[in-house]
Ligand binder design. Sequence first.
Ligand code: ZN
Ligand code: ZN
Length: 254
Amino acid sequence: MEIHFLGVGEACDGNQPNTSILIKTDAGETAGRILLDCGFSVPHQYLSLNPSAEELEILWISHFHGDHFLGTPLLLLWFWEMNRSKPLNIIGPPGVKVKIEQALELAYPNLISRLGYSLLFHEIIPEEQLHISDSTFSAAYNEHSQPCLSLRLELHGKSIFYSGDGRPTPMTRSLANGCDIIIHEAYGFEDSVPGHGSIKTCLDFARNSNVKRLALVHMQRDIRKQSVNKITSFQKKYNDVKIMLPEKGSTIAL
Ligand SMILES: [Zn+2]
Ligand SMILES: [Zn+2]
């Protein structure tokens, strides 16, 4: 299995596409089967991989800030143009159906009635697990400026934690426990911006969750430029956690 970073940026980073992750489960896939978040700048990154229109099976939306879901109308338009017929699963917080349908209607009026493939919406509730094909989705609310779900995705014997936007909470700490990798937003060095995580918090989070690999994403654009040296010094202190700073196009094998 491979984790492919389509983007690792925050909303206003002009050099890094919005944070979005593709999960490739099969070596034959050109793009991936599961997409985690789809912000403004994500569809073109996805299309640059030359995916087949039927390949994507599941779209996960962590919350309804534009850099995490407003790329969805373009993605759905492209599937329509390519005559997709396979249903697409869209999983997200309560209200996901209304939000996606409203966004699609604003971007491309009346397209929804002509799509030619079904949208299967799944609202996820933190206490419940959702099983689709061979994947299991579990979620917990973190601390953000609007409700945002962190995800634990289990498939093929591996487990991936993806934070979405926000600081850890007791619920996300227990969700992440023992995962193979944590992908977490780290907007700052320290917890200085309300509702956003930091490198320091993420390191403590990974260590307390007994997770050995930590990929930091969604870093504030100026912080990101200074982060390489900082991470080298953190790595010496937290030598039981491997810290990664993926770029657009980076992949991690699990
Ligand atoms: Zn964001
Ligand atoms: Zn957000």
